[in-house]
Write a protein that binds this ligand. Structure first.
Ligand SMILES: C[S@@+](CC[C@H](N)C(=O)[O-])C[C@H]1O[C@@H](n2cnc3c(N)ncnc32)[C@H](O)[C@@H]1O
Length: 201
């Protein structure tokens, strides 16, 4: 069977063992900016810990998408009441609904450049007006080797992501860096101008 998980199904158990809580503070802070009980789609949700569990603990409703059967099974165990789809983002119908927010942590840079652009465009379509998108990716354009899968990861860099977000009707409104040195961008649907720009590190 074709692997749609960019190597993550093969190393799922090792990923779960290695995943730390780093970044949970960024997710928690972002969760506090969302409307109460927000509907959030977690793209590349993995096991659900710590991203979806943090969002759920903040009172939001999370739906997860991930093509790794092992990781999605762990997500279903962690969040038995959440909607979950075992599929690649490239194939996803996003549960045929729209969301208040979307999150994609540790995913964007696993994908080839056209698939990264397509993901961002799709997020623009599934977010409600004013919806928010939190994504993880280095602010500088770079490539590196994923230590778990051995595959090449590729960040397009902030300038390119800003452009792709704008094409999708989203405005990059903030940058975050967690205490592990990982970068995140936060974008808002339908926001123009730079009035909301700030950097938090
Ligand atoms: C580095 S892990 C991050 C998991 C989770 N977001 C977290 O922060 O713990 C990358 C995840 O993306 C998933 N993934 C890989 N390719 C994908 C694709 N094409 N569509 C959706 N998810 C994908 C993997 O199965 C894996 O769960």
């Amino acid at each position: 069977m074709t692997d749609r998980s960019n190597g993550y199904e093969a190393i799922a158990d090792r990923f779960v063992a290695a995943r730390s809580a780093i970044g949970s503070d960024v997710v928690r802070d972002w969760a506090a900016t969302l409307p109460a009980g927000a509907a959030i789609v977690d793209i590349g949700c993995g096991s659900g810990w710590p991203v979806a569990t943090t969002l759920t603990a903040a009172g939001h409703r999370v739906a997860g998408i991930d093509p790794s059967p092992t990781l999605l099974a762990a997500f279903r165990r962690a969040l038995p009441h959440a909607d979950a789809a075992c599929e690649a983002v490239e194939d996803s119908r996003f549960f045929d609904r729209r969301f208040d927010a979307a999150v994609a942590i540790g995913l964007l840079f696993l994908l080839p450049e056209p698939a990264q652009a397509a993901l961002i465009a799709r997020v623009g379509q599934v977010l409600k007006p004013g919806g928010r998108f939190l994504f993880g990716a280095p602010r500088i354009a770079c490539t590196w080797r994923d230590t778990l899968t051995g595959r090449t990861s590729r960040s397009l860099g902030e300038t390119a992501y800003r452009g792709l977000l704008a094409d999708a009707g989203l405005h990059l409104s903030a940058n975050y860096r967690d205490n592990g040195g990982n970068d995140y961008g936060m974008a808002v649907a339908g926001q123009g101008g730079d009035a909301y720009d700030r950097t938090v590190s």
